[in-house]
Design a protein. Structure first.
Lengths: 368, 368
């Protein structure tokens, strides 16, 4: 992992990311990790620090606990098939829905990806959208309380986006997103569409608190959209911000833009998973068996351990034992990898089955 | 009529307009007036020089005469109720449909007006759109061959606009439309929507020639959209450009933005029409009866005569007699106005009746 200049924008993440610094730069609040870690029903990534920052999260919780209407919006830009890193906001949305019975809206920004990716055709973006919708449904959202849509299909979003676009000057959008002369006018308009996604529950159900589980690089959209809340007569949406799930080799963000050896796709077969983890997963273990037995490994930088911690080992005691054994040298890198491989393959087998079943459910989830 | 600096943009027309100069500036072609004046079935405004410029009109005619698929698109920005000046492109579209049996698409850009007019709400723009649609249907388009839509209702237009937006950089749009930092991002996106209107027949029915009857101030949209034809695999749409119908007092363009004393609305009652024409219609007659009888009037600058010429007196002989009598002094200003008032009131009475009937036809015309 080479140290380099840190870049965190909605379109680029590189270098070593200093999350404390982002909280200050973006003007967000640190999450109360102690409180979160005590929520035994929450998914590991929420209890174990992958979410680190927020805007107005306690106010959302307070309203939810008072049984007021609250909602969650979390979306996806469908420029490729989905991988493990893409699950992060959905797992939080699902948890909040289970705990508070709230509506969840899931927009797929096929328009954003079409505008941004030069080589991506509209048909390709739409096809990825349809495929990703199956993956999202497979996660097990509540049919009665979850609405999923693509912008190029649920084009009514344009009517809502217009309300926000009229309140957003080019100067403001440029200051936040750094548009240039060669930026296409679709991409310049898109922040209004993303804002409309996040205000959609309020457009449809009136003013209430909405929470957006989101990776920290997407926060500029939150800033621009919170500014127009008053003018719309709505409550500023809140957010919880995740750190990035690192790629296999330790890149700060798992991204298929890099290469297949960085990511586990939700479509990967057991053989592929085994090969990818064994071959590419960055290890915190020592170079030789003797060294490892003597000095132990470092789980803090070990990708296999981190995936177990944030995604695949929900039992605190089991995880603590893995960590202890790895640190002591009792557990070898290959053994740690084997634990992860088995967990991922169990998850993916089930996921792939549910994804197949999801084809019959699409019409129940789609907002039209 | 005060001479002042001429301004002709899609949003502002002022000063004395030099149409010959616009042909050069905009890079269009002069229409063959001799050929047009021989088309005895064409509406007066086409036979008598209100249309003066074009792009690829002969090619459209050639295809139409070969019975190839051709279409017409002409729209309206619904920021107010409609007046006489708004009829101009629709009368041409209707003529071409009657003569060639072609499809006519009529987009109402409630989004454009919403983005551009600070005080106009989305609901107001939509309500004007619905009202204007009734006026347009009342003109008598072919139910089988005419599709009318509003952008905020037929939001599928967003999907088509996206294809054009991706090919249009901010620099290009800015160069054509002069956007500033305080321009809202909806308005920056809108040229892609207007382009999508004009390509819609080709999106829906494949590559063919489309003609756009349009006031000359809208030609910048034609320039920007013709540039992307190749990339879409479409034929560059053609256009016929109208001069502006002058306002009652002689302003270069009849516009309700000025004042009620400039325009005859399609909703005006006979009393209101009589009062407006008598009180405001700029006269080419002389100041006193004696002078007028002796020297005659000037029909070339007489608004009442011009409205008869372009809209309300289709019979060439009748018009020639009016012109001759007015020039000679035999026909007085008041008498000329009376001829126009009667013609307008006959037209409006019929129009208002048809508009009432149009309410039942809306669903047949709407594209959804």
């Amino acid at each position: 992992m080479v140290e380099e200049k840190s870049v965190v924008t909605p379109w680029e993440v590189s270098g070593t990311v200093d999350y404390e610094k982002l909280i200050k730069e973006f003007g967000t609040q640190a999450l109360d990790q102690k409180q979160l870690s005590s929520q035994k029903d929450a998914p590991p990534l929420l209890r174990r620090g992958l979410y680190f920052s927020h805007r107005d999260f306690p106010q959302w919780i307070a309203d939810a606990e008072k049984k007021k209407t609250v909602s969650v919006v979390t979306g996806r830009g469908p420029s490729e098939k989905m991988h493990l890193g893409h699950l992060i906001p959905f797992l939080v949305a699902q948890y909040l829905q289970k705990r508070y019975g709230c509506m969840v809206y899931i927009p797929l920004s096929d328009d954003e990806k079409f505008f941004f990716k030069r080589a991506l055709t509209q048909e390709q973006a739409e096809a990825y959208g349809e495929d990703n919708i199956l993956d999202i449904i497979a996660l097990g959202f509540d049919q009665q309380k979850t609405k999923i849509f693509r912008d190029f299909e649920y084009t009514t979003i344009y009517r809502y986006a217009a309300l926000i676009a009229k309140k957003t000057t080019f100067s403001t959008a440029k200051a936040v997103f750094g548009f240039q002369g060669d930026t296409n006018i679709g991409f310049i308009f898109y922040p209004a569409v993303q804002s409309a996604h996040i205000y959609l529950p309020q457009f449809l159900h009136g003013s209430h608190r909405t929470l957006v589980p989101i990776a920290i690089d997407q926060d500029p959209y939150m800033r621009i959209l919170r500014d127009v809340a008053d003018g719309l007569g709505f409550i500023k949406p809140g957010a919880v911000h995740a750190k990035f799930l690192p790629g296999l080799s330790g890149n700060p963000k798992m991204s298929a833009s890099d290469a297949d050896n960085e990511v586990i796709f939700l479509t990967d077969t057991p053989d592929v998973v085994t090969k990818k983890i064994n071959k590419y997963a960055f290890s915190g273990g020592k170079d030789t068996l003797a060294e490892h037995r003597a000095q132990g490994g470092n789980p803090d930088i070990d990708i296999s351990f981190l995936y177990l911690k944030y995604l695949f080992e929900p039992e605190d005691k089991a995880l603590a034992k893995i960590e202890k054994d790895y640190r002591s040298g009792k557990l070898l890198s290959g053994e740690l990898k084997k634990i992860l491989i088995d967990k991922i393959n169990i998850f993916l087998k089930e996921h792939q089955k549910k994804k197949e079943q999801a084809k019959k459910l699409v019409s129940k989830f789609k907002l039209t």
